[in-house]
Design a protein around this ligand. Sequence first.
Ligand code: F6R
Length: 622
Amino acid sequence: MGYVGWRPARDVLLGGLRRLEYRGYDSAGIATVTPGSDVVDVHRAAGPLDNLVRVTDAEPEPEGVTARTGMGHTRWATHGPPTDRNAHPHRDASGRVAVIHNGIIENFAALRAELEADGVELESDTDTEVAAHLVARALDELGPDDDSAGFTTAVRHVVNRLEGAFTLVFTHADRPDEIVAARRSSPLVVGIGDGETFVASDVAAFIDHTRDAVELGQDQIVTLTREGAVVTDFHGDLAPTRPFHVDWDIAAAEKGGHDFFMQKEIEEQPAALADTLRGHLVDGRIVLDEQRLSDQELRDIDKVFVVACGTAYHAGLLAKYAIEHWCRIPVEVEVASEFRYRDPVLDRSTLVVAISQSGETADTLEAVRHAREQRARVLAICNTNGAQIPRESDAVLYTHAGPEVGVAATKTFTSQVVACYLVGLALAQNRGTKYADEVEREYHQLVASADAVKEVLATAVEPTRELARELAESKAVLFLGRHVGYPVALEGALKLKELAYMHAEGFAAGELKHGPIALIEQDLPVVVVMPSPRGRATLHAKLLSNIREIQARGARTIVIAEAGDETVRPFASVLIEMPAVPTLIQPLVASVPLQVFSAEVARARGYDVDKPRNLAKSVTVE
Ligand code: F6R
């Protein structure tokens, strides 16, 4: 983030970084600019933000000196290990120019070699540092220039030479009232306050101070002063901007009495589901948020691809069950990082549904771009208003889960699932594979899912926590499911891996006998997501046999089953009950105990639930 204004910059930056820490916590740093100083002051520390706070506390500003311009960064390491030396900000040799950076400068090796040939000594292993040296050199080449545009011009020269995805923010010792930032691919928003301006990867950084923001587009440069922001493109021409008002407040980004964000976010799921569904049935028809496609174009769709990563991919797997069932068109689901590298068959009648909470995941964004190059239509499901993926899509459906601070996706996952179902219903109504009253009935069932999730939160959380504490020292946990229970099993395993650093695998239960059953040993915990004995009687019977097979081999069976499912009780070492709901709604309720389970195991093992190691919430590199 960057700040120019009237408040003490250190306080603004450390407060803002606290809210951005979910984006990376390998190291943190700030740079501040004080009028009259020859250099930009930099403080950096490897590890979490608290380490940086200790460093700044130990080195207070001199009596009577308060910087009111500066920038701060939390790092998720790409080039160079997470040490103090590689922490951002980086400065040029004179210390006058400083830079922070998100993304990857792909041609940094060539630029580094060029600088070294010029006699410049680089201090870090990062791809970032070259940008500070290049801007300093460009400023020297531009010559003495009192006009403030000189700083912006130098940045423009440099960003035009960079390849890759980057967001860069620069400060300059000679320009104590100015910040220049540039954006390509990685997100960047500007906050406009009263006599102060902000720039950050996420509005959360400045939501304490202002809710008036301006979205920056691709390949734009912003020059910030106390008076406001001037946005130009990479050619130097004024660029159109889109102001917006942030519709959530600071309370939404705080723990509100919970021990950790993930716990709060798990509990927010009924509201997130209700908010995501609200307003999408108008006069008996499902409506999306943005649709730059005609109804006829939607009707012409004869194939759907769903692309997403991680948890969003699991939501995509569930989309397949709903869309194929309701619309009778083939649906393929693929992890976004694989999609564009295998030449998928796409044309104008293909709909690519891109699911991304952040709307900025590089793998998913590149998959969207590839799809559009092949003339496919793209529909984005996203939780972040105006993010890059929805901007580049033909249609958008927003999930209204609110800010999710915990790195592990919870409320955004279940919201993505209902959003996928809404897309399925929109396609079904368009194609005429469902009557209007059927669409309406399905919609109301989705709305009722919020109450079912409320119920499972009330009944299943405490027993699950107890179980998690008991199993916290297990070496591994397996997860089994069939049909819509299969993506739930995959998601349960992913959550446990990422939070508890425990070996966890999810399987389609029918696949067990084809290999994974060899993993079963005495007392191995196996979580089984049971289908409804009413809605899915055949599958229920088959899964019951699978449970018997693993129990006979000594597994400890933890069964998530519909309340009143007595047939499963004798085979469950532990039974967690969930309310009876329609088949497609079951993943929404069955996921809740698995979220609670992974969070509680992580806690019992002494890990930071909101900031699991090696991860970052927004993955803006490929
Ligand atoms: C896991 C998790 C990740 C994300 C993935 C995609 O809990 O959060 O697997 O789901 O990185 O992120 P988005 O949805 O922002 O594209």
